[in-house]
Design a protein around this ligand. Structure first.
Ligand code: GAP
Length: 534
């Protein structure tokens, strides 16, 4: 599937719009249109229902109860700035950026790659942004630089494979992406990804605060409140869906890397001895959630991080990744990370301690000479009331992106096939084969023609179904064109009222994917839809 086609469908049919479009847009921000908002709500509601409110899963973890509890939380976007110091985000949540003095473009250091090439006695590292056609782009850029024509390409002497810019010690011999001269890239500079704001009337550092870069910390700092107010016993999970903000250097690939996005995160608290088994459990459970909702296992993979990729506190992390069509063939993009976080977060919020391998905690003084960046000093340990054991729970964190999941479901669903038009001729149609639970509109109701009492009966069915589902009524134009519009919106069923409906109160239901039409009684429509779309 070509990504351009999906992007254009999303705009045309009202799934996604560039934010602030009439003012020229704002890079890294996206608005969900009428169909998009329903789709994303269904993604989030399926997650909430399957993981939290409707969860009745069982585990077979030795020593752990098979049933475990899950509850929700909705914490604020702006929180006490000390939270980000103790979580490590204030000191460590950064990317490195590189600027080009010639083109004035900015790149993420780790997203530029290139290849050494020689001609005569000049050796240059020709750089390009990572992406689908990077090899071709590098070759074109090298030909241009050495003023060669395509047919002279063999005069270039390539030296080694395409490698990341991060492997170079100096940029002196680097030809930046689209640059004409060598050596115009600045050395990498550190850039914190948190958006800064000011609380109240104080505009100085005293009022400084940050938009949360993840929802997870709101859960950790409320751990004690949840335990005390619910009396849940470990093992249990606390879940949250909400906006997060990251000032990404290079937002790209549609909504994949945005500056404002939504996360769906679970912090699962368990006994330290059982945490490796719970980690395995969540890794597998989360993978299954995506396949149950229609992502094909050919394009989905669970990738365990290598030891050197693991965070200092983690004994295991796996990513669920999807082969997004905008990535080079064979590449995958992260949908969700499942991390074994040990007791790092709860302990940091108690003691304000960062790992000695990372930068040491700087102790700044407040106006009264007191250290500002301490932990909360609160006891966030847990006491098991049956065994009387007190311990700091270990945490397994399945952390998913609602926008990335929505994008993956859209990419998977986009399909072009053939269907007969009104005259019976096969025509190419664009169809979104979304899982019925995710489909924005569950059914469309059509009178075959706009006369003979058909609109009235169709409207009656619409009114009845609307009580339970998001359904759509359409009487405009030829029925074949109405089907096509619903195919593009991903509507799984079209219910048509025809001449026979007026005689025996039956309708046809057309299946979006198989194109089969079956005749059913009007009175059965609600239960039929309920069985298929919930
Ligand atoms: N609490 C852990 C955490 O935030 P993460 O891997 O940085 O981990 C989790 O983020 C998920 O959030 C990612 O797997 C991705 O789905 C989503 N996400 C992260 N950054 C994003 C961005 N800039 N745009 C869209 N989604 C993003």
């Amino acid at each position: 599937m070509e990504m351009d086609k999906l992007v254009s469908l999303c705009k045309r049919r009202g799934f996604l719009f560039q934010s602030s479009e009439i003012y020229g847009g704002l890079n890294g921000f996206w608005d969900y249109g009428p169909l998009g908002v329903e789709l994303k709500r269904n993604v989030k509601e399926s997650w909430w229902r399957d993981m939290i409110s409707g969860h009745n899963d069982r585990s077979t973890i030795p020593g752990a109860p098979s049933a475990y509890e899950m509850s929700g939380l909705d914490s604020t976007i702006i929180m006490h700035p000390q939270i980000w110091k103790c979580s490590g985000h204030y000191d460590l949540f950064h990317d490195f950026m590189v600027d080009c003095r010639e083109t004035k473009r900015r790149f993420r250091h780790d997203q530029v790659c290139g290849r050494w090439v020689k001609r005569g006695d000049q050796r240059v590292f020709v750089a390009a942004e990572e992406g689908e056609q990077q090899e071709e782009v590098i070759q074109k850029q090298a030909l241009k630089f050495f003023q060669l024509r395509n047919k002279d390409a063999e005069q270039l002497q390539w030296d080694g494979p395409v490698v990341s810019l991060t492997t170079l010690d100096s940029f002196e011999a680097v030809l930046g992406p689209d640059a004409k001269t060598v050596g115009t890239l600045t050395p990498p500079r550190e850039f914190n990804l948190m958006f800064k704001t000011f609380v109240g009337a104080l505009s100085g550092e005293e009022g400084a605060a940050y938009l949360r870069p993840e929802t997870a910390q709101g859960i950790f700092v409320n751990f004690k409140n949840v335990v005390d107010s619910t009396r849940m016993r470990i093992p249990f999970g606390i879940a949250q869906i909400g906006k997060s903000f990251r000032n990404e250097i290079t937002p790209r690939n549609f909504t994949f890397r945005s500056r404002e996005f939504e996360q769906m995160e679970i912090e699962f608290f368990c006994h330290p001895t059982q945490s490796p088994a719970w980690y395995q459990y969540w890794r597998d459970r989360r993978y299954r959630w995506y396949t149950d909702l229609g992502l094909s296992s050919d394009r989905l993979r669970l990738r365990d991080h290598h030891t050197e990729e693991l965070s200092h506190y983690s004994t295991g992390t796996a990513d669920i990744e999807y082969a997004f069509p905008f990535l080079p063939a064979g590449s995958f993009g992260e949908l969700e990370g499942i991390a074994h976080r040990g007791d790092f977060d709860l302990r940091s919020h108690m003691e304000g301690k960062l790992d000695p391998h990372t930068r040491p905690l700087e102790v700044e003084k407040d106006a009264h000479g007191q250290p500002r960046w301490r932990g909360s000093g609160k006891d966030l340990s847990y006491r098991d009331d049956l065994t009387n054991e007190r311990f700091v729970p270990h945490v397994i964190e399945p952390s998913a992106g609602a926008d990335r999941a929505t994008l993956a479901f859209l990419c998977e669903a986009y399909c072009e096939d053939e269907a007969p038009d009104d005259s019976g001729q096969l025509q190419t149609r664009v169809v979104l084969k979304l899982h019925p639970r995710l489909a924005p509109v569950k059914a469309a109701i059509f009178p075959l023609v706009k006369k003979d009492g058909m609109p009235e009966l169709a409207d009656e069915i619409y009114g009845e179904l609307k009580r339970s589902f998001n359904v759509f009524y359409d009487e405009k134009g030829a029925v074949g064109r109405r089907y096509r519009r619903q195919d593009e919106a991903g509507t799984p069923y079209c219910i048509t009222v025809d001449g026979q409906s007026l005689k025996d109160r039956t309708v046809t239901i057309r299946d979006r994917d198989t194109l089969e039409q079956v005749r059913v009684k009007i009175e059965d429509c609600t239960s039929l839809l309920r069985d298929r779309v919930t």
